[in-house]
Design a protein around this ligand. Sequence first.
Ligand code: SIN
Length: 303
Amino acid sequence: MANLSVNICGVPFKNPVTVASGTFGFGREFSDFYDLSRLGGIMVKGLTPAKRDGNKPPRIAETPLGMLNSVGLQNPGVDAFIKTELPWLRQFDTNIIANITGTTPEEYAEMVEKLCDARVDMIEINVSCPNVKEGGALFGASVKGITDVVSACRKVSTLPLIVKLSPNVTDIAEMARAAEGAGADSISLINTLLGMRIDLATRKPILGNNLGGLSGPAVKPVAVRMVYQVAQAVKLPIIGMGGIMTAEDAEEFLLAGASVISVGTANLVDPFAALKVLEGLERKLDSTGEAVCDIIGAVTLNS
Ligand code: SIN
């Protein structure tokens, strides 16, 4: 059997297949379909200091080979997650990664402290949600914003910190270097690309929030390109995501330099998607005799 294990930031992953924040809730619905212990990790729905009801509907619009969302970080709040969802998730033998968004660096740091006490495995600092008026992508759009948030979290964290970057920037490598410089342990990318759809009958945007984040296979080439560029720019391990539907998609991200991958929008199309990606990767590596670690960053450019 192929060796699928990877270790990033001192955290062992039995395999590199995780599920992306915001596409898997807290896992409850998916646990009816397969044993969540099969996954390398679960990145839970984005958490905020207090409960949020999210943006007004419609929050989803279909697009060719993808979808727009403007959920607006609907979640029960970090305390309810720690009290109710985390103990339930702990029955599974998989890494639990909390995703957090605040409106100030101090809010991020307060959540980090709580999650360190609660002993999740890693914390993903979301500086890239495009659907909120304060915080989120506003921090991820500048070197200063990233530096302020990551430094505040680094000061208080005893756990590995992943920084989730926005693709809605001119130079993704510069943002990754800012995260590395401020003390990040890992980079995850990409969050969604800002988009818009218009209803021809009403001549109004389809989404209640007007704009939303584009995800799904349509964004995959952009994501692979950004993973490659970040892998060249920093020494940190990368968690790659953006339109992964199949094992072959996952393999592209690994070749580009990701050590771990996340299945996102595909979970909404097929609840077994992440499991199928894992089983496809297992079959592929069994057939080539390689370990996952052998193919991470193994792309060679044309001369
Ligand atoms: C949302 O809840 O609006 C999506 C979260 C994100 O894009 O980070």
